[in-house]
Design a binder for this molecule. Structure first.
Ligand code: PHE
Ligand code: NA
Length: 471
């Protein structure tokens, strides 16, 4: 196994660029598309509280663990795990962790590209002025027309996948650095504009209450009316698993994306400080998106639990009514595509980096070798919204899209994250993790080590056991 630490892919030109790239990976469809729709499906406030707790107690320590492993190994996640297994004289089975991540990233990319394709389609709809004077009914018709056309969804999916492969083929650094510096702040600015609009024209009080007033019974009690007419309620842990899974998804944790970016991180940068910045930016983006969307949902009598189409059926109403909405709307979807783009790049980089290191491939064929099969798998997600939406194409009671989403976000990412925490907390020596974190031996380091050894892994295990009905 070649140990080629740091010699092939180069390093980020500064600490700041690492943070930008990691924020680019974290902030994406997860914040603006997925967070609002799963919050709507899971009853609001109490779900948000659980999600925020998962971010703080699981996301933060595991992100530090993932960055430190990456920077210590300085290669693709697969080879990093090989190198660290040798350094720490760990059991060889730990090497599989790198492979698990590559598989997970590949599966996520397959459907991520389909949803990013929706955003691409909406750039042109916004640009053509199709939202002018839109109401709940017209936006839903417009969205339905996209879902009903496998051909156009396939075309947008293809374009997005090609865009992703193109950047990765050129090498992550050159393209990414510039894009992220300008576009991420612009996306935040537009989210603020949308929140201001929601404040002015939406039902802001109700939207904010939905997001922030936790009603734990509503979210975690699952009630049925029995035949005898008695109402029977029991605790349902499913929203816990979804909140946990989303904490990993939104922070890009548990599959090696943050690890591979960490491997390009300059040695003298503070991992703890970088982590807090990335987490703060990601959380802010999600909460702003929620605050922009739910007031519009309630003001227009829409259904918060309407599923993956939520933002595509609410934001156009806002753009259709606000002054300058055509420009703002177009710009918003352009920025959403960019946010998705910078995330998709990080989904495929671990696999591409490995092909370059171990198969001696050039970056262009390596990007194709990963992107093309992910594209094929994505066709299943395209069809899930039309030709395969029926009963006969269900897998374990879910459409293909739902299945891949559920498997990756709620099972594979938390599993990968659990293993990363165990590796950094239990397998790596104290000297190794302390040396890499460079935060001395004070409260900060001790707190991190305590969380990553005892708190994060147990919480993940408890949520898992609960979800499969064992506790
Ligand atoms: N964090 C990204 C988002 O919120 C998705 C992602 C997951 C990217 C895992 C990389 C790895 O959209
Ligand atoms: Na995110």
């Amino acid at each position: 196994m070649p140990d080629i630490r740091g010699s092939i892919h180069g390093q980020w030109s500064s600490r700041f660029v690492f943070i930008l790239a990691a924020v680019g990976s974290a902030v994406g469809l997860g914040n603006i598309w997925k967070f609002p729709y799963i919050t709507g499906e899971n009853g609001g406030g109490a779900f948000v509280v659980v999600y925020l707790i998962c971010i703080a107690l699981i996301g933060v320590p595991i992100m530090m663990a993932e960055i430190l492993i990456g920077r210590r190994g300085r290669q693709s996640p697969i080879n990093t795990m090989h190198a660290l297994v040798a350094d720490e004289k760990a059991h060889p089975a730990w090497r599989w962790l790198g492979w698990l991540g590559v598989l997970t990233g590949f599966l996520i990319l397959s459907y991520y590209s389909v949803i990013a394709g929706w955003a691409l389609a909406y750039v042109f709809r916004a640009g053509a002025g199709l939202f002018a004077g839109a109401n709940a009914e017209s936006v839903s018709t417009l969205f339905g027309a996209l879902l009903d056309s496998p051909e156009s969804m396939l075309a947008w999916h293809t374009i997005f996948m090609v865009m992703t492969m193109a950047v990765v083929a050129r090498g992550v650094r050159s393209g990414l650095e510039r894009a992220v510096t300008i576009l991420m702040p612009a996306l935040f600015a537009l989210l603020v504009v949308l929140v201001l609009y929601a404040l002015y024209a939406g039902d802001f009080a109700r939207g904010a209450a939905f997001l922030f007033n936790p009603d734990f019974d509503k979210v975690f009690q699952h009630c049925e009316l029995l035949e005898s007419g008695v109402k029977s309620c029991r605790f349902s842990g499913e929203p816990l698993l979804i909140a946990l899974g989303h904490a990993f998804f939104t922070l890009s944790l548990g599959m090696g994306a943050i690890m591979v970016y960490g491997s390009y991180m300059p040695g003298n940068a503070s991992i703890a400080r970088a982590t807090l910045t990335i987490v703060a930016a990601d959380t802010a983006a999600a909460l702003l998106a929620g605050l922009a969307i739910f007031p519009i949902v309630f003001a227009n009598g829409l259904e918060p639990a309407s599923g993956p189409g939520l933002i595509f059926q609410t934001l156009p109403i806002a753009f259709g009514a606000m002054p300058g909405g055509q420009v703002f709307g177009t710009l918003f979807f352009v920025l959403l595509v960019f946010a998705a783009w910078t995330s998709a790049i990080s989904l495929i980089e671990p696999a591409v980096a490995w092909l370059v290191e171990n198969r001696g491939m050039a970056r262009v064929p390596a990007a194709l070798a990963v992107g093309a099969p992910a594209w094929v798998l994505g066709v299943g997600s395209v069809l899930s919204f039309n030709l395969w939406s029926g009963e006969s194409f269900q897998f374990f009671g879910k459409t293909w899209f739902d299945l891949v989403d559920y498997l990756t976000a709620n099972i594979l990412l938390p599993l990968g994250g659990l293993l990363i925490a165990l590796f950094a907390g239990w397998v790596m020596s104290r000297a190794a993790s302390r040396g890499e974190l460079r935060m001395g031996d004070g409260v900060g380091y001790r707190t991190w080590r305590f969380l990553v050894r005892y708190v994060s892994p147990w919480l993940v295990v408890i949520v898992f056991l609960n979800a499969i009905g064992l506790i």
